[in-house]
Design a protein around this ligand. Structure first.
Ligand code: OMP
Length: 239
């Protein structure tokens, strides 16, 4: 039998190139209650997929990872408010002024369309980067856990609802940011799945035990030969 509380902690990433492929996946996986629409699908097929998910009573994580100057992120957040999604992303590295401008505009945009405001959550450090890349490509002089924590605290101090972080940092972020701060973890890999381009991964069970509120999982489910069985297996492993 389906365990709703466990299944509801999994956000499945709809990283496909067309609306048709997205709808096929959504309909194949009726037990998935929370879907992530990211750059690939949004850029290729536009916002219509959000209405399609709403019609099916799904929760939506709109992952557009805004990263721009305050005026531009404010405009984008104000516009995004009309989609009535649950979660929206922005990069912490925009800085406090842009994070604040985005948050205020999102709330104003939601009021203007008489919808609840989506929760704005900040990317701390992409899970595809490791400490070597942080030091030698990005030239960030902090240790990786310290940097991720700093980025999460920047978001928290600005009033954002939460952060996106790798499962490897979630325990530390949970301790420092408190229980009310939403922590969403991509970079999650069951032992039987391919790691792909993810560099700071943990298993679903370890990520939840470390304090993640939600797991974002894409290819281990969507690129599997049997997405239904893969999703069920992950839910089973989370019990
Ligand atoms: O914001 C995100 O969701 C995100 C942040 C991050 O640091 N790393 C990361 O992988 N993601 C997203 O999480 C999903 C992970 O997909 P898989 O690697 O296929 O499980 C992708 O849609 C990424 O865009």
């Amino acid at each position: 039998m389906k365990d709703t509380t466990i299944a509801d902690k999994i956000i499945v990433a709809l990283d496909v190139a067309s609306q048709e492929e997205a709808i096929a996946l959504i309909d194949k996986l009726p037990d998935v209650s929370f879907w992530k629409v990211g750059l690939e699908l949004f850029v290729s097929s536009g916002p219509e997929i959000l209405a399609i998910l709403k019609e099916r009573q799904k929760r939506i994580f709109l992952d557009l990872k805004f990263h721009d100057i305050p005026n531009t992120v404010a405009g984008a957040c104000r516009a995004a408010a009309k989609y009535n999604v649950d979660l929206l992303t922005i990069h912490s590295t925009c800085g406090k002024e842009a994070l604040k401008a985005g948050l205020v505009a999102l709330e104003e945009g939601a009021i203007a369309v008489d919808k609840p405001s989506p929760k704005l959550i900040a990317i701390t450090l992409l899970t595809s980067l490791n400490s070597r890349q942080l030091a030698f490509e990005l030239k960030i002089p902090l240790e990786l856990p310290e940097y991720a924590l700093h980025m999460a605290l920047l978001a928290k101090e600005t009033g954002l609802a939460g952060a996106v972080c790798s499962p490897q940092e979630v325990e530390q972020l949970r301790m420092s940011c408190g229980d009310d701060f939403l922590l969403v973890c991509p970079g999650v890999r069951p032992k039987w799945a391919d790691g792909g381009d993810q560099r700071r991964s943990m298993t679903p069970k370890a990520a939840i035990n470390a304090g993640a509120d939600y797991l974002v999982i894409g290819r281990p489910i969507t690129a599997s030969d049997d997405p239904v069985a893969a999703f069920a297996r992950i839910c089973e492993e989370l019990k």
